[in-house]
Design a protein around this ligand. Structure first.
Ligand SMILES: Cc1ncc(COP(=O)(O)O)c(C=O)c1O
Length: 452
């Protein structure tokens, strides 16, 4: 049957990935190191990456659209970042005390991100989120936090609800009910619902993925940013933007700089170090960040927010981060990535339209291209930029089929082929080949009846 043809081709074309996956299953639970890398029947194993391209263990070359989980606006192994990292490797990667580079690193973050009056470095985005929640609770003396439906915020227990339906149930075993009982999940863009939830003045923070759920799959109504700012101020709640993907991608100053709404706290990750592993930060207003200060004994023991981490502000991440952010600060890479994404969005939409397949390709106003295959009640009423349709379904099996078919045509997406993170260094030729590949994927998926 045709359906087996592309699945069989996938198995035939990537034999070493298959073999490695089978061996990995005996060593690493589930054969992959991140839940989001799992794909049926096996994911591709990679050996190297440069610019917009990546190579697998079978020697195949792909155009990559998931490098750095959204962090790589400059593509893989950007020469400036590589040079800075190489030089720092020679000088040392962890000193067990502050390094001189910490000042330049914090300085450029302060310059770029409007809310970054102070910068506290962490080892990952997850850790920044964890610390953000702790900080907000300590500062306000309140327990509850508000999150929005489908928003992702990493692996910390308190945010293990909200990402998937049913929204109030943890997406992971081992999370105590008490860890999530103070996390309230609300629908996005609903002012009255948000105000009602804040009215009791018992919410420490409203946390929002700054471009909408999972980098904008479900977007945020432009006016809702100001609504969130005004309502949180009115009820004494902190506003926290998760800019772990958007931080240096949406604009050099993130979503907050672009929409002109400054949150109290911001979580940063990935891009902060040019995607050198082991960096993140919680940044924010001085008065809130002063919860980290050492004062008298009583304050230090009972009130201050404590934070440890062997690799906090390590010199290797600092060196690569400074090099990366100096390039980002010019504004050119963000503009290039956004322009590339718009081209890809329109070209891919053309492939749907030519085949009269109901669906929408949109970009959330920045450089992440999202694929929705299906009918939409809002069709024709929007500009295919920010998608406010929270009810649309993107089935996993269709997303996996898209991943496999993309791979057969030399395109590497996230493990569900629905979201493509576009960089400043994707060439015109890369984009053209990707549009063509998408058309071919659609043809196969129609033939194999994967599209429904
Ligand atoms: C919006 C968002 N928040 C938090 C995280 C967690 O970051 P990390 O993977 O560095 O722990 C991610 C990671 O993908 C993310 O996309």
């Amino acid at each position: 049957m045709a359906r087996q043809a592309s699945a069989e081709q996938y198995e035939d074309k990537f034999p070493r990935s298959r073999e490695m996956f089978e061996r990995a299953e005996g060593m690493v639970p589930r054969g992959v190191a991140h839940d989001a890398w799992q794909v049926s029947p096996f994911p591709l194993f990679m050996t190297r990456a440069r610019g917009s391209h990546i190579w697998d263990v079978d020697g195949n070359e792909f155009i990559d659209y998931f490098g750095g989980h959204g962090g790589k606006v400059l593509g893989h192994a950007h020469p400036v970042v590589v040079q800075a990292a190489k030089e720092q490797l020679e000088k040392g990667v962890q000193f067990g005390t502050c390094c001189d580079l910490m000042l330049d690193w914090a300085g450029i973050i302060q310059k770029l991100i409007p809310s970054a009056e102070r910068v506290e470095f962490t080892n990952s985005g997850t850790e920044a989120v964890m610390l953000g929640v702790r900080l907000a609770r300590a500062y306000t003396g309140r327990k509850k936090i508000i999150r929005f439906q489908f928003h992702f915020a990493g692996a910390y227990d308190a945010v293990m609800v909200g990402y998937k339906k049913p929204f109030q149930v943890s997406v992971s075993g081992g999370v105590l009910p008490s860890a999530v009982e103070d996390t309230i999940v609300l629908p996005m863009n609903e002012e009255a619902v948000l105000e009602e939830a804040l009215r009791n003045r018992d919410v420490a923070a409203v946390m929002v993925e700054a471009a909408g759920a999972s980098s904008g799959v479900v977007g945020i109504k432009p006016s809702f940013y100001q609504t969130m700012r005004e309502l949180t101020e009115k009820y004494g709640t902190l506003l926290l933007f998760d800019e772990i993907v958007t931080g240096f991608r949406y604009s050099p100053g993130g979503v907050q700089a672009a929409v002109g709404v400054t949150p109290d706290l911001t979580t940063l990750g990935k891009g902060i170090s040019g995607v050198m592993p082991g960096a993140g930060a919680i940044v924010g207003k001085k008065n809130v960040m002063e919860m980290f200060l050492f004062k008298d004994e009583d304050w230090n023991r009972y009130q201050r927010v404590s934070h440890f981490g062997t690799f906090n502000a390590n010199p290797l991440c600092a060196a690569s981060g400074i090099a990366y952010l100096n390039v980002i600060a010019t504004g050119q890479p963000t503009q290039d990535a956004n322009r590339n994404a718009r081209k890809l969005r329109d070209g891919m939409q053309g492939k749907l339209d030519e085949r009269e397949i109901p669906g929408c390709i949109y970009d959330s106003n920045f450089s992440v291209v999202h694929v929705y295959l299906g009918k939409c009640d809002l069709q024709g009423q929007c500009a295919r930029v920010v998608c406010l349709n929270a009810g649309k379904e993107r089935p996993s099996d269709v997303g996996e089929a898209l991943y496999r078919n993309f791979a057969l045509h030399g395109v590497k997406s996230a493990a569900r082929g629905y979201d493509l993170y576009v960089s400043a260094v994707h060439s015109g030729e890369d984009l053209k080949r990707t549009m063509k590949a998408f058309g071919n994927c659609l043809d196969t998926m129609i033939e194999e009846k994967t599209l429904r």
